[in-house]
Design a protein around this ligand. Structure first.
Ligand SMILES: CC(=O)SCCNC(=O)CCNC(=O)[C@H](O)C(C)(C)COP(=O)(O)OP(=O)(O)OC[C@H]1O[C@@H](n2cnc3c(N)ncnc32)[C@H](O)[C@@H]1OP(=O)(O)O
Ligand SMILES: O=C([O-])CC(=O)C(=O)O
Length: 377
């Protein structure tokens, strides 16, 4: 009987210097630095550069990178036109997948796979993801697309393009922290997908388009949207415990809890919970937070012993809601942050590439012969 690692659980397929996770204790570090410190002291721009180069940048390197990001925010007019003409009913993740694939068609460097080209394309994609996602939202809502500004931070400019008005410094910083928390997470399904694509020596746009497809599913990045669906279904805090108990009795999954690696609190969920609480204390928005608190308690009491605790997707939506972002855009926002981790991981793996090609235990028939169609039952 062969040993099958179902879901590749626990399989080590490469080495990485970027991200360390201790799932039993709920520890996450990038370049050895705890995620809480990145969230408190850094910026999305700095973490993105640190991941791309696998080292902490100097002030000069960061300033150069930041300037490159700002200079590359605009997207080609052909892509704006495509976004404006996309079907309104499309989910924004479908739209993002198509837009990124199209961006690859428009980039004359897209087929280059040297490390230098991969890095240059990564910088452009990190810069342009925010413009694409904001444009998709504006177009889907029938509003004019807002051109990027160079004088705002990455997070501030995204909120500006999304809402058509400049965010406060507090809003921009809150969003920056959310981006930091989502930027990278080891060999998660979408990063693995990006690496699997790059391992055939395919181009960056193909890697990232495949990663977007993997992130979209509700067992991965799509869970943040589903948490909001659940909150709306629950409706009020007094109904939350019964709702969860009922779901667990029926052996249904609760969205935003459980994780392949964390068997304790995902540290990112703790940071987001603190911000969600701040948001909750603002007038009129406490309902969601109170429902989440009750769900967390009910889940941990009932199945915490199985290692089921809130993950990063549990509290993020309440923070985004406060920034005026509707739930269909929660997963695109995840992609807006994870683009850095995807690009950095592809670059890291490509340095010493080996084709990814696992195997399956064959359980089908043997010693068969072809039966003519008319002779089959
Ligand atoms: C950014 C991210 O990708 S974070 C994850 C986002 N996804 C979600 O929030 C979706 C909800 N969560 C899940 O579906 C799962 O926890 C996953 C897919 C994330 C991880 O799943 P796995 O590692 O395959 O865990 P597995 O399915 O083996 O679960 C172990 C046990 O916990 C239970 N369990 C796991 N997650 C949940 C959940 N969300 N709700 C209820 N029970 C759960 C399983 O039913 C199983 O119980 P059993 O041993 O009695 O059969
Ligand atoms: O690591 C995982 O499997 C999922 C996750 O939390 C992430 O991608 O942020």
């Amino acid at each position: 009987m062969s040993n099958i690692a179902k879901g590749l659980e626990g399989v080590l397929f490469t080495e990485s210097k970027l991200t360390f996770i201790n799932g039993a204790e709920g520890i996450l570090t990038h370049l050895g630095i705890p995620i809480q410190e990145w969230a408190e002291k850094s910026t999305f721009e700095e973490l993105s550069l640190a991941l791309l180069d696998a080292e902490l940048p100097t002030a000069e390197e960061l300033a150069k990178f930041d300037a490159e990001l700002r200079a590359n925010r605009s997207i080609p007019a052909e892509l704006v036109e495509l976004i404006e003409n996309m079907p309104r009913r499309a989910h924004p993740m479908q739209a993002l997948r198509t837009a990124v694939s199209y961006l690859g068609l428009l980039d004359p460097q897209s087929e280059e796979v040297s490390q230098e080209a991969r890095r240059a394309i990564s910088i452009r994609m990190i810069a342009q993801f925010s413009t694409i996602i904001a444009a998709i939202k504006r177009a889907q809502e029938g509003q004019p697309i807002v051109a990027p500004r160079q004088d705002l931070t990455h997070a501030g400019n995204f909120l500006y393009m999304l809402n058509g008005k400049e965010p406060t410094a507090e809003q921009a910083r809150l969003f920056d922290i959310a981006l930091i928390l989502h930027a990278d997470h080891g060999m998660n399904a979408s990063t693995f997908t990006a690496i699997a694509t790059s391992s055939t020596i395919s181009d960056m746009y193909s890697c990232i388009t495949s990663a977007i497809g993997a992130l979209k599913g509700p067992l991965h990045g799509g869970a943040n949207e589903q948490v909001m669906v659940m909150l709306d279904e629950v409706g009020s805090p007094d109904k939350a415990a019964e709702y969860i108990t009922d779901k667990l009795d029926k052996k249904e999954k609760i969205m935003g809890v459980g994780h392949r690696v964390y068997k304790y609190f995902d540290p990112r969920s703790r940071v987001l919970r603190d911000y969600a609480e701040v948001v909750a204390n603002k007038e009129g928005r406490s309902n969601y937070y109170q429902i989440l608190e009750t769900i967390e308690k009910t889940v941990v009491d009932r199945i915490g012993s199985k290692g089921i605790y809130p993950n990063v997707d549990f509290y993020s939506g309440t923070v985004y809601s406060d920034l005026g972002i509707s739930k269909e855009y929660f997963t695109p926002i995840f992609a807006l942050a994870r683009i850095s981790g995807w690009c950095a991981s592809v670059i890291e793996y490509s340095r010493d590439n080996r084709l990814l090609r696992p195997d399956a235990v064959y359980t089908g028939l043997s010693d068969q012969h072809y039966t003519e169609l008319q002779d089959r039952q």
